[in-house]
Design a protein around this ligand. Structure first.
Ligand SMILES: NC(=O)C1=CN([C@@H]2O[C@H](COP(=O)(O)OP(=O)(O)OC[C@H]3O[C@@H](n4cnc5c(N)ncnc54)[C@H](O)[C@@H]3O)[C@@H](O)[C@H]2O)C=CC1
Ligand SMILES: O=C(CO)COP(=O)(O)O
Length: 336
């Protein structure tokens, strides 16, 4: 399967960066941008200054604000909009999707209300089988990849052949994709790490150091894996790029919007003030802490860090009390 014509729906940080990866891998890429002026800038100047200042996009990339024109003839459709708007966006685009196109999800979140993973939303709305949906996840901070700093990712699909085809389509000298068939594990790793990154940012904002950070990362991975295994994920996925890899990158990097958001809360800012710090971009963990908490509680899975993030982001919880609350829970075995 040689995939040449790719459409990327969403011209934010990651959509634009992934389009660059695909272009550098020799694909013909059309980006759909919500705002016509963003599409015009990508098309005419080869830049997207609002999201990726100073980055020159490959000449194989074009852009439009017209979804019908963007989707015409696409063999691969990459969905690069925030998790909580994917359903509405995809519903609007449903009739325009080429029936055989592989649908690739870049979003890292769990839908509020339905508690569905993004691939589940896609199969439901687009009416395609599981094997036509591919998830790309991993330690992939957009700005670093746009600068062509080396990194790796996971391309997960129930249909191995399609995973291999997408892997080939986005394989460049600076971006190394691995295949996996564990879609559940890869998606949950990506969604949950955003919530754990909020907590690491919060700890940094409160002035805590490396031991606290390592504790949150490790126990965050433990609660993520508990949920994943309950939902049928392969535990090994959490030791891989879409698990610990993405978790460490996001929890450690000042480029992470989720970590930055948490740090502002830790310094005493309100949720509204913290939102300003990410400049209109999405910090998925702020909403996913609620959907993941609901998903876990429905399954009887204990996720204390996620629970605590929900309380701070949505119930007026005080970050300064979190340490005592989390450490003061009942004593237990590390793996129970
Ligand atoms: N930025 C990064 O480093 C990475 C992001 N991701 C994930 O990719 C997904 C997209 O993230 P980014 O491109 O970074 O987000 P962003 O906030 O930079 O851009 C979102 C894009 O979606 C568009 N959009 C369309 N409909 C929208 C709506 N109803 N509400 C808001 N925006 C709408 C926006 O105009 C914008 O072009 C998220 O789930 C994120 O977690 C995954 C890996 C890396
Ligand atoms: O998913 C990401 C890195 O893999 C990006 O993280 P943020 O959304 O927190 O910036």
């Amino acid at each position: 399967m040689d995939l040449q014509r790719v459409t990327v729906l969403g011209a934010g940080s990651w959509g634009t960066t992934f389009a660059k990866v695909l272009g550098d891998a020799g694909r013909d890429v059309t980006i759909w941008a919500r705002r016509p002026e963003v599409a015009a800038e990508i098309r005419d100047a080869g830049t997207n200054g609002a999201y990726l200042p100073g980055v020159a996009l490959p000449s194989r990339i074009t852009a439009t604000a017209d979804p019908a024109a963007a989707l015409d003839g696409a063999e691969v459709v990459v969905l690069a909009v925030p998790s909580q708007s994917l359903r509405a966006n995809l519903t609007a685009w449903r009739g325009l999707l080429p029936p055989e196109a592989i649908l690739v999800s870049l979003a890292k979140g769990v839908e509020l209300g339905t508690l569905k993973r993004m691939s589940e939303v896609i199969t439901e709305i687009a009416g395609v089988p599981d094997g036509q949906v591919v998830v790309v996840s991993g330690p992939n901070l957009a700005k670093e990849i746009a600068q062509e700093q080396p990194s790796a990712a996971v391309v997960a699909c129930a249909d191995h052949e399609r995973a291999v085809a997408v892997q080939r389509a986005c394989f460049t000298g600076y971006f190394r994709p691995y295949t996996n068939t564990d879609v559940v594990g890869c998606e949950l790793g990506g969604a949950c790490k955003n919530v754990i990154a909020l907590s690491c940012g919060m700890a940094a904002g409160l002035g805590f150091g490396t031991n606290t950070m390592a504790t949150l990362i490790t126990r965050g991975l433990a609660e993520t894996a508990r949920l994943g295994v309950k939902l049928g994920a392969d535990p090994l996925t959490f030791a891989g790029l879409a698990g610990v890899g993405d978790l460490v990158a996001t929890c450690s990097s000042p480029l992470s919007r989720n970590r930055t958001f948490g740090e502002r809360l830790g310094r005493g800012e309100s949720v509204a003030q913290a939102q300003e710090s990410v400049g209109g971009q999405v910090a998925e963990g702020v909403k996913s802490c609620t959907s993941i908490r609901d998903l876990a509680s429905g399954l009887g899975v204990d996720m204390p860090i996620t629970d605590a993030m929900h309380r701070v982001c949505h119930e007026g919880g005080d970050p300064r009390r979190l340490g005592a609350e989390l450490l003061g829970r009942d004593r237990k075995h590390e793996w129970s």
